[in-house]
Design a protein around this ligand. Sequence first.
Ligand code: NAP
Length: 265
Amino acid sequence: MSTVEAESPAELFSLAGRVALVTGASSGLGTEFADALASAGASLLLVARRKQQLDEQAEQLRQRWGATVTTHALDITEREAVAAAWPELSAEAGGVDILVNNAGISVTGRAETQWPGAWDDSLAVNLTAAFQLSLLAAEGMRASGRGGRIINVSSIFGSLGSSLFRLAAYSASKGGLTNLTRQLAVEWAGDGITVNAIAPAWFPSEMTGGSTAKESVVDRMSRGCPMNRMGRAGELRTACLFLASPASSYVTGSVIPVDGGYAAW
Ligand SMILES: NC(=O)c1ccc[n+]([C@@H]2O[C@H](COP(=O)([O-])OP(=O)(O)OC[C@H]3O[C@@H](n4cnc5c(N)ncnc54)[C@H](OP(=O)(O)O)[C@@H]3O)[C@@H](O)[C@H]2O)c1
């Protein structure tokens, strides 16, 4: 359904009958994205390496929203395993209409120390796996005739450098993901597939937990932001819902900052 056919806000944001795959759904922002999509009626495929966390998350979604949820323990950097798992995983769910490339890692340390390990690992998870999954999902989206939505979870550091942490590999991988978003949007617009990104500033999660345990770091993160605070749990839901739903039928190639104005100055 497109925006013009939808008559009410409920219809504009409805994902009834849609199937969404969220990577990195075992913790952090991925759990929030999965919850937001389930709340709008989507069926969910949850992907990450930690099966137990995925199963716990799935059970919560079933209880909270009555959602249909399956879980898949997969290391998304293992290309052959991903390619081998995809046909069954997608067919079982009846196709994937929405792909949220959320899984990510962040390794800090001087640029000189990031070669080659942190560099290879960061690009493998944050960029290469997202590209492979996008290719697999897009094939099914074309075949279904329904088109689809791809949402890449990038970062403010996809277009900015960080003065607080040394993030060479992370920034490069997110910069790649941000511009891959634009290129795929251009190439796949004619197939009815929209490709957009969300660029968050700092939010509480396992990834940021080590840093946000220190008051002085939270203080510096906040001072870098016009709203003078980190993001809060729940504040990324609507960007994801918007990009997944009929409400954004004419939006593609965009990068939506959810950052309290961080990238505005
Ligand atoms: N939190 C922030 O402030 C912030 C800001 C900007 C952007 N982001 C982005 O948001 C996304 C989610 O991060 P988060 O903050 O929620 O961190 P998180 O809690 O550490 O979550 C990362 C997720 O990625 C999964 N993952 C990592 N490597 C994987 C692999 N090889 N295969 C499959 N899954 C893998 C992890 O699951 P397993 O360990 O179970 O595999 C986990 O579910 C990331 O892309 C991150 O760059 C976060």
